[in-house]
Design a protein around this ligand. Sequence first.
Ligand code: FAD
Ligand code: FES
Ligand code: MG
Length: 274
Amino acid sequence: MFKIIDIKEIGERTKEMVVEAPLVARKADAGQFVVVMVDEKSERIPLTIADFDKEKGTVTIVFLEIGYSTKRLGELKAGDSLAHFIGPLGKASDIKEKEGAMIFVGGGVGIAAIYPIARKAKQLGNEVISIIGARTKDLLMWEDRMREISDELIVTTDDGSYGIKGVVTQPLKDILEKRKDIKKVVTVGPAIMMKFVALTTAPFRVKTIASLNPIMVDGTGMCGGCRVDVGGETKFACVDGPEFDAHQVDFDSLMKRLAMYKKEEKIAMSCRGE
Ligand code: FAD
Ligand code: FES
Ligand code: MG
């Protein structure tokens, strides 16, 4: 069992949970994820390791209460335990050395997911420019944490309720037009956002990495549920990724597959009376 040390609301329908998981924390690296099960029979939920403390033996996850299983997870209290907290899974981030200036583009809960990657880049001596965006101010999270590890931070909201009104790709394009020394762009967020980040960076020929979030089941390369098309090849995001060359990813098929179980997800929610 994995004890919940802390759980708090950090935005609209968004929770931050700190879990006691010393073995996961000891091995955790930026870009990896865990699979969480509330009880022995519940759905397996893949969630990014948003932070970890190797000394305290804790791992932090941040999740949007979007459906049946994440709502159930969000109902737990500090002191409760999770049946399973499997990880760290997936390959660690591609950021492994000092390369120069990099741009990190995070959207929605993808902001918490990009945080440890950007932090690692900063620790390695890279210049970190971060662009974070959400639909509205209430869905924006971890601005303070991102500011701490960024040389420059740009905030956007679709509705203009905070920061620059608009989407993350506009400031991204502005920076790429001004600066020819950007070595890499890393993006985590909704598939549609990552698709447009890739389309924005392609004409500038800047290496772009996207952390993909297809539907996963086991998270260990056995079920094939997480298959994605990258450069015409089938890859399993859970073991070959989750990071891939964004210019090679077929985002349209990813989005189609993400919507595959909409009917069943609706039925599950109706069991909650919602
Ligand atoms: P449902 O109603 O079942 O689903 C809502 C939508 O979520 C679906 O339409 C589908 O697009 C997606 N989804 C459903 N089941 C899965 C599944 N097993 N795997 C992936 N997507 C699914 N979300 C966060 O809020 N924070 C994170 O840090 C985060 N990190 C992720 C890292 C990885 C590697 C992956 C693959 C996904 C991550 N997600 C993250 C997405 C998260 O797993 C889904 O939102 C969650 O599983 C939805 O479950 P549900 O039952 O509450 O919602
Ligand atoms: Fe089963 Fe990746 S989740 S193979
Ligand atoms: Mg579900």
